[in-house]
Design a protein around this ligand. Sequence first.
Ligand code: COA
Length: 341
Amino acid sequence: MLRPWRDSDIEPARLSHDEEIARWFGFPVVVPTYEQHAAAVQHWREQYANDRAIVVFLVEYDDKPAGSVDIRSRGDGRGELSWALYSGMRGQGLATRALRLLISYAFEQLNMARVEARVDPENTRSLRVASRAGLRREGLLRQHETIGGKRRDHVILARLAADVEPSRAEGFRAILNAGLPRKRAISQLLVRDHEQRVLLCQLTYKSDWDLPGGVVEVGESPVVAVTREVTEELALDLPARGLLVVDWLPPWSGWDDALCLVFDGGVHDPSIVDAVVPEPREIVTAELCTRQQVRERCRDFTARRIEQAVAVVDGGSGVGYLQSGVRRSPDSSDPRPTNPA
Ligand SMILES: CC(C)(COP(=O)(O)OP(=O)(O)OC[C@H]1O[C@@H](n2cnc3c(N)ncnc32)[C@H](O)[C@@H]1OP(=O)(O)O)[C@@H](O)C(=O)NCCC(=O)NCCS
């Protein structure tokens, strides 16, 4: 049950504070004095009277104080949630149930449109409670607050009044989806001429040359992306054929890791370069390059990727799985190579 705080709750509640509560809230002492806790309860009552700017409920279970949950108005239909269970009350689902009740109260009684919470990324129990109560992960607020003398990151999670209920399949999937990792994808095209030369682009934003292509947009298929990128960058209309290699690029030089997919762009007459109209913000020029030029102009991992892609298209050996341009078998003993700088 969620109910208003009574004076008689203060003593048992304060004595049930533990290291876990002090740690995540950054309290200077583990067990507050009666006076400190009573002053907090008084402040909550005043804030409740102040148009419910802060609403704090005691969580009662089995006739005992089990924890405390609260919502603070941030204006414009937005509220910030927080929660804690006392020692000995955890591991039974009470926080999840309390938070779900509080969220219903916020939407139905306080007419809020959005409730949110900030949780330390290391506070995994709290992150689970938030998800189970239907909050979706939205991002990371870096070094958002000083807690216990240290600047801490916070995961920001929120639930909207308009969100599909987490008890329905669509709502449940949305919560899981919001918390799952995302990986960057890059699509490139291997375009060659009859002399085995490869079409390479010289780029405005880096010194090394690369295959035409680019980053796959959110919700876009890799094969559509590569055709779009080649049209945008070079004004060439070259549909992608089969997939040649998938190259996992480890995190490198400030970039997150990525999957690079190289598609076959076919063999063309050398006059194809005459039709190129470089997109000036990204492309300086595009040229058909010999194997030697590929090695000279590209970074070593790009040159390796191109050689592997050429080997697949020439040898018909099937799609190659690469890591940093090196062919890997699934049972390889070194699954995480680093990109050479
Ligand atoms: C965050 C905190 C409230 C989580 O407590 P909790 O007991 O893990 O959360 P719940 O009460 O929802 O219980 C969920 C656990 O009970 C288990 N459980 C047992 N019976 C259950 C039942 N009938 N229904 C649901 N869950 C049940 C669940 O499996 C879950 O365990 P798991 O996460 O290991 O799978 C608690 O760790 C705490 O008070 N921390 C300090 C304060 C804090 O960090 N506050 C947040 C600041 S943002």
